[in-house]
Design a protein around this ligand. Structure first.
Ligand code: SF4
Ligand code: SF4
Length: 404
């Protein structure tokens, strides 16, 4: 049954961030910088209930991500329920923990699609960027994905430190028999925002990468489909973020907080509700958080009277907050925004950045705790401090983050 109310369509995509635990420490990680807050992950039964509620509302695509979703040893149970309900199930993984037994069990349980991430084509850079020795393991997992007849979908986040290896990354994907390659330039949220100076590519790097990508596309055509996502700092119009706030996507965080996008928890003065106390249906249709940026009545100038507003809906609310301090403003990527100069300055600075200027920050539990403490002490700069939820408290359990 599909429920549709007052002109609001049901969600199509349910993203379940089943855990924030992860063996990797990626410098561009999209998890909230304050993920080491006090929280408990949803139990198996609570996740099964989320899946049932989403499907009843009409969601058809289920993304299982994290952290590393394979760290949940009930993942097969969650997948089985998803299959029973009729979802198309996409597992988004670093591959760590995907043994042959596990992939076999997950295939039987009903995973339709596995998206495997690589950090680079070289062992050195892959292992440096994730702060782990995982390159060989990922190659092994890539072979298992082929063996179990999944379409090979490789994802590599691009940035200043690996974008010059694009030819090698694409050659690696080709030799692995990848059908799809997603070269997603870093979008500067969460940990990537903390490391923006170190990761922002130059214009010359981007142009070269696009050129090389096109050469591969011309040669390989549909045999290996390549998606190249530009960093939006190099555009003059913002993206239609999440295809509209509360329009298509719903994210459930590891602790059950329900969001219109996976980083929205940092927005100030918004109470995002939790699946433990409110139904998914009620959150999607009735909550103030999901209705806040639906439509265009919230817009201020220049978006309010802009002839292009239907195209991008004013861009990303989180980017407006991160860069301009107010989520109701135009996304500063837009050159009509009075804050566009901030974006231009970052792009300009990318030409001259020296790595020794600022140490890179790896996504670790201890760094997340340190950052929460520094935020609460008021010692982060203003843009960094905007990456945190209101009143967040670091977990006191030093042994693990987010136990069930
Ligand atoms: S981006 Fe890296 S550190 Fe973050 S969840 Fe994914 S694999 Fe883990
Ligand atoms: S002014 Fe606002 S609505 Fe118009 S193009 Fe820019 S971001 Fe989009």
């Amino acid at each position: 049954m599909t429920i549709s109310r007052e002109g609001i369509d049901p969600p199509l995509w349910l993203l379940a961030e089943v855990t924030y635990r992860c063996p990797l420490h990626c410098v561009f990680c999209y998890n909230p910088v304050d993920y080491a807050k006090q929280h408990k992950e949803l139990t198996t039964d609570e996740w099964l209930s989320v899946l049932n509620q989403g499907r009843e509302m009409g969601a058809a695509q289920l993304g299982l991500s994290g952290g590393e979703p394979l760290l949940r040893d009930d993942l097969e149970v969650i997948v089985e329920e998803g299959r029973k309900l009729g979802y198309y199930i996409n597992l988004i993984t670093s591959g760590i923990g995907l043994s042959e037994t596990r992939i076999k069990d997950l295939k039987e349980a009903g995973v339709d699609h596995i998206q495997l991430s690589f950090q680079d084509s070289t062992r050195e850079m892959n292992d440096f960027l994730s702060s782990t020795k995982t390159f060989d393991l990922k190659n092994k997992v890539a072979r298992l994905i082929k063996k179990y007849e999944y379409p090979m979908v490789l994802n590599c986040v691009l940035h200043k430190l690996n974008i010059d290896h694009i030819e090698e990354i694409l050659s690696m994907a080709e030799s692995m028999g990848a059908e799809y390659v997603e070269l997603a330039n870093t979008q500067f949220y969460s940990w990537a925002s903390l490391n923006k100076k170190q990761l922002m590519p130059t214009k010359t790097q981007l142009e070269k990468a696009e050129f090389v990508t096109q050469k591969f596309r011309d040669r390989l055509g549909n045999k290996m489909k390549i998606y190249f996502v530009m960093p939006d700092y190099y555009s003059t119009r913002p993206k239609k973020c999440m295809n509209g706030w509360g329009n298509v996507f719903v994210t459930v965080q590891a602790d059950g907080t329900v969001l219109p996008c996976h980083v929205a928890s940092m927005l100030p003065n918004i109470e995002f509700e939790n699946i433990k106390s409110t139904s998914l249906e009620s959150i999607w249709y009735d909550s103030s958080s999901f209705n806040l940026f639906r439509g265009d009545s919230w817009m201020k100038e220049p978006c309010k009277t802009c002839p292009e507003k239907e195209k991008d809906l004013g861009g990303c609310r989180c980017q407006a907050y991160m860069l301009a301090g107010d989520p109701t403003l135009a996304d500063p990527v837009c050159d009509k925004s009075p804050h566009h100069h901030i974006v231009k300055q970052v792009v300009k600075d990318a030409e001259n950045f020296l790595p020794e200027e600022k140490p890179i920050i790896f996504r670790t539990d201890s760094e997340s705790r340190r950052l929460i403490t520094e935020k609460n002490a008021g010692s982060l700069d203003i843009e960094e401090s905007r990456l945190f939820e209101d009143n967040v408290v670091a977990s006191s359990d030093k042994s693990r983050v987010g136990s069930i």
